[in-house]
Design a protein around this ligand. Structure first.
Ligand code: GLC
Length: 471
């Protein structure tokens, strides 16, 4: 099918099976901010905003990839750190020298290999974050900063390695913020929307970049951030993309604020953010809540993104205490999948491309769990309900594939007899525990009682498969 540059035509695009099936992607935030790799460990997004408001968030922003903005907020911890370690008059752009020198010896195949072992099926790399630095040698260089791009084609080199490892490659581009085009300091939420460059030169620049990224790398995901200039013709860009990559998917952060009618309505923005997402644009393939969890299955396909800790970019201040434990990571992933989501878990490499050990360990743990339990995850779909519980109070999450039902216990029961409360299965359905084999199951009025092997090895989550249980 050929897409026309109209909203109606691009809206006919259907989310492809591969994206529903994939479940796990790796997000990579890598750029000049990875060189200082520093932010205060203020806390997780929604908690900080609830506690301190948006001004508090931006003043002590735990997102290390926001270094350039944080630096410009007088009295911020980042401003003091920068003055102390580099000198107050050393401009942020200077980090390009170190970044471009150190990335020459980076080996993309090591990353791709780790991501494959983690069980990821796709990768999304920041090609340009809010600081405007480009990770590929664009034919449309930054008009305000000479040589403000990677000296090596980091996007191309990673794309090649990721595809060689059998994964799909997606690209992130900050269409909504580029501090080289609009240097408004973001100190409150309204600045985020007013900070979107709206001048015709920027519209042209961002469109040219997206098209160049599509032509050169055929990305499987267009992952835009923050928003997009109001004057851009997005149906034109989207049809260009779908015609080049019909199986590609577009995220929901191409929102265009109305210009001319004043700033966007803060109340509407706050309401959307309180639900974990920015207001949606007219067309998208999937929603992208950030650091958010939901109680129920969502009808729209969604992808949860978050850092392993409180930051996307590498933050040298983060310790394992600031990060999800391997068990929390697995459980949160299962929770997301049971509710129709994918997890785009973020890795923040150091400037030279080293992935810190604590981050790699967490990815490996996910991979180890998936090696045993992946059948309940990949290619699954939500069942009629996502959540359940055992008689002992252990959380249960359900997924389904065809007529098979998977009940995933989010902890290791201490007793061999466990009842899955309220669960009824067809008589004679085979019940197995992944990693062990067949187990006995007895149907009661109150639920399904299973007898687990004893002792049962400790694991973040255990999968019980009920053949034909979803029929
Ligand atoms: C954001 C942030 C950011 C990060 C991201 C990932 O809104 O500004 O730094 O790239 O989204 O979801």
């Amino acid at each position: 099918m050929t897409y026309e540059p109209t909203l109606e035509s691009v809206r006919a695009h259907v989310v492809p099976d591969w994206f529903h099936d994939a479940k796990l992607g790796i997000f990579i935030h890598w750029g000049l901010y990875s060189v200082p790799g520093w932010a205060p460990t203020t806390g997780p997004l929604h908690e900080v905003v609830a506690r301190e408001g948006w001004q508090g968030w931006f003043a002590r922003n735990p997102y290390a990839e926001w270094y350039m903005n944080s630096l410009r907020i007088p009295g911020s911890p980042t401003a003091s750190y920068h003055a102390q370690h580099f000198g107050a008059d050393v401009p942020y752009e200077r980090f390009a020298e170190t970044f471009n020198r150190d990335t020459l010896s980076w080996d993309p195949s090591q990353w791709a290999d780790l991501f494959r072992r983690a069980g990821a099926r796709y990768v999304v790399l920041t090609t340009k974050h809010h600081d405007g630095f480009l990770l590929w040698p664009s034919s449309r260089p930054n008009p305000f900063r000479q040589g403000y791009h990677a000296s090596r084609d980091l996007v191309g080199d990673l794309t090649g390695a990721v595809r060689d490892a059998g994964l799909r490659m997606g690209l992130y581009y900050s269409g909504g913020l580029d501090w080289t085009f609009n240097d408004r300091v973001i100190a409150d939420i309204i600045d985020l929307f007013m900070g979107v460059p709206q001048q015709p030169e920027y519209v042209e620049y961002a469109n040219a970049h997206w098209k160049e990224l599509i032509d050169r790398y055929q990305p499987s995901v267009l992952w835009n951030d923050i928003g997009y200039p109001a004057a851009a013709n997005l149906p034109e860009l989207f049809s260009y993309y779908y015609n080049a990559v019909p199986e590609g998917v577009i995220n929901d952060r191409f929102t265009q604020a109305p210009v001319g009618d004043g700033p966007p309505d803060p109340a509407a923005i706050m309401q959307a953010i309180a639900q974990g997402m920015l207001p949606a644009p007219p067309h998208f393939d999937f929603r992208t809540p950030e650091y958010a969890v939901f109680p129920d299955i969502k009808a729209e396909k969604w992808e949860s993104c978050r850092g392993l800790g409180y930051s996307f970019g590498y933050n040298r201040n983060e310790t394992v205490d600031d990060m999800l434990s391997p068990a929390e990571l697995v459980r949160s992933f299962v929770d997301i999948v049971s509710k129709n989501g994918n997890l785009l878990i973020n890795v923040g490499p150091m400037g030279d491309g080293t992935i810190p050990t604590e981050q790699a360990e967490r990815l490996e743990a996910l991979g180890a769990w998936l090696a045993v339990n992946g059948e309940a995850i990949y290619g699954s779909r939500p069942w009629t309900r996502a959540e359940g519980t055992t008689d002992g109070g252990i959380g249960v999450r359900f997924t389904r594939k065809g007529s098979d039902l998977y009940a995933i216990l989010l902890d290791t029961p201490q007793q061999p007899q466990v009842t899955l409360t309220g669960l009824t299965i067809p008589a004679g359905a085979g019940v197995t525990l992944f990693g062990y084999g067949d187990i006995a199951a007895v149907q009661h009025d109150s639920g399904l009682t299973v007898t687990l092997p004893s002792p049962l090895a400790d694991a973040p989550a255990h999968t019980i498969k009920i053949a034909g249980g979803a029929a």
